[in-house]
Design a protein around this ligand. Structure first.
Ligand code: ZN
Length: 471
């Protein structure tokens, strides 16, 4: 009896030790253009995402997760660097690339002894934009990827011919095959980034997903050429709009099935016990919610509110986090799970305490930006309200939405003098001050952070800028 009592503490100590040494593998998955409100575990009525729902039921679901932008390049640059768009500066596609001065998530994992790989299927993830920093292997897996040179990538912009080449067809199987093969070769801790592109328009899912959610439809909508087809517009027949949504949902379901395949592959390789999965999106997409279509157009909820599910049953109990979180916080969270320090130039915080039921102990104001194709928009969301700065409207650049009363942002308000409007304005000013500070701390970065004189004046009046600041 005495002997066994002595042995037990030794075994416990050994167990704890080996647990510490076995650092988790980390897989970060970005499902392009997946809006949160079309995901089952976020309340959608259609069964679009049974596999993601299962990961969410076993893991942590972040209910109000906000992206840094409404299109692919800046959103991924923020996901990888944990700084807002105006800080990393990748806000437009022509001639822009992420500066090597930023430490990416892949670089942090690599310097921490992890093998790193990224497999992506959409054009704006291309290495020519600097997003491959830190990956041992970083590969565009679309079938015709080899046809694109880096110089061509830089000229893509919104060229309809380039769109036609990169937005058609299906690419999920290629992403999955690349991941499956790479996973089988790993014998130490790894960081894997996967970018699924099929949910992004065009909306042409393969059978049975093409008819799954609207089987009786016989009209003209095919889901092809979504962005440039002028018949796809706000006053299109309701039945045709419904078919567009059904095709989008079909793409979501088809992509979700690969989360199931990935789970199977992890189990097959014996990796499921020690692998963290982080599943999210870069932005949503609009179906005339505010009169437009696609994304890279506004910063309303359908474009910046995305899913984020963190799955690591070995260490994290199932939970739902209702506090607002941000895409820039994903990186520090994953690094903490791997016992690695975040990059020193990060503007973000680990969400692990929140995931484990802790209280919010950092400033979680979400800044989203769109300085592209003529837009000059910035939003600040504090969980209750969203303030929008539109620099293209110099007469009245600021408006706000009360998200608790008006979650679909149909009633723009400009009453900033008292009550909720005043609180929203304070959040906005605080976020602007944080942003200016973050930008000025990285003078070498390409940046587009700008503020109209009226906002600078308000910052000064509220004590955010020194009184001697004349420029
Ligand atoms: Zn995207």
């Amino acid at each position: 009896m005495i002997r066994s009592l002595l042995i037990v503490p030794v075994l416990v100590a050994l167990g704890a030790c080996s647990q510490e040494e076995q650092r988790p593998n980390v897989i970060l998955i970005s499902i392009d253009s997946l809006r949160a409100d079309h995901v089952g575990c976020y309340g959608y009525e259609r069964p679009t995402t049974p596999n993601l729902d299962r990961f969410a039921a076993e893991g942590v679901r972040f209910n109000e997760h906000i992206s840094s932008s409404s299109w692919t390049l800046p959103a991924h640059a923020s996901l990888f660097t944990s700084v807002p768009d105006s800080v990393h500066g990748c806000v437009e596609s022509d001639g822009v690339a992420l500066s090597p001065q930023f430490t990416t998530l892949a670089e942090r994992f690599k310097s921490g002894g992890y093998s790193t790989a990224g497999f992506y299927a959409g054009p704006y993830l291309h290495g020519a934009f600097g997003l491959g920093q830190g990956f041992d292997e970083y590969r565009y897996v679309a079938e015709d990827a080899a046809e694109f040179s880096a110089a061509e990538v830089k000229r893509w912009g919104l060229d309809p011919r380039a769109h036609a080449r990169t937005h058609k067809g299906v690419t999920n199987p290629q992403v999955h095959e690349a991941a499956s093969a790479w996973l089988a070769k790993q014998d130490g801790p790894f960081f894997l980034f996967l970018h699924f592109w099929d949910v992004h328009y065009d909306f042409t899912p393969p059978a049975p997903w093409d008819t799954r959610f609207n089987p009786g439809y016989s009209g003209p909508v095919t889901g092809e050429n979504f962005f440039f087809d002028r018949s796809i517009r706000p006053d299109m027949p309701a039945a045709d709009r419904q078919q567009l949504l059904a095709l989008y949902d079909g793409e979501v379901g088809w992509t979700d099935s690969f989360l199931g395949h990935l789970r199977g592959r992890l189990e097959e390789l014996g990796l499921d016990d020690n692998t963290v999965l982080a599943i999210t999106s870069d932005h949503g997409t609009e179906f005339f919610d505010h009169g437009g279509k696609g994304h890279r157009t506004t910063l309303y909820e359908e474009l910046i509110r995305v899913p984020f599910v963190l799955w690591y049953p070995t260490s994290l109990e199932a939970a739902v986090v209702d506090v607002q979180t941000r895409s820039i916080d994903v990186g520090p969270t994953l690094l903490e799970l791997a016992d690695l320090a975040p990059a020193s130039d990060s503007s973000a915080f680990s969400l692990l305490d929140l995931a484990r039921g802790g209280a919010l102990e950092f400033d979680n104001l979400a800044i989203s930006e769109l300085y592209s194709v003529g837009n000059r928009l910035r939003s600040v969301r504090d969980g209750r309200a969203k303030v929008l700065l539109d620099e293209n409207q110099p007469e009245a650049p600021l408006r706000w939405y009360d998200l608790s009363l008006d979650p679909s942002e149909q009633r723009a308000r400009r009453d900033f003098e008292e009550g909720a409007g005043q609180m929203a304005h304070q959040s906005f000013l605080k976020a602007q001050a944080q942003l200016l500070e973050a930008v000025s701390a990285r003078p070498g970065a390409p940046t587009s952070a700008s503020l109209p004189p009226s906002v600078l004046e308000a910052l000064r009046a509220n004590g955010y800028l020194g009184s001697g600041d004349g420029d």
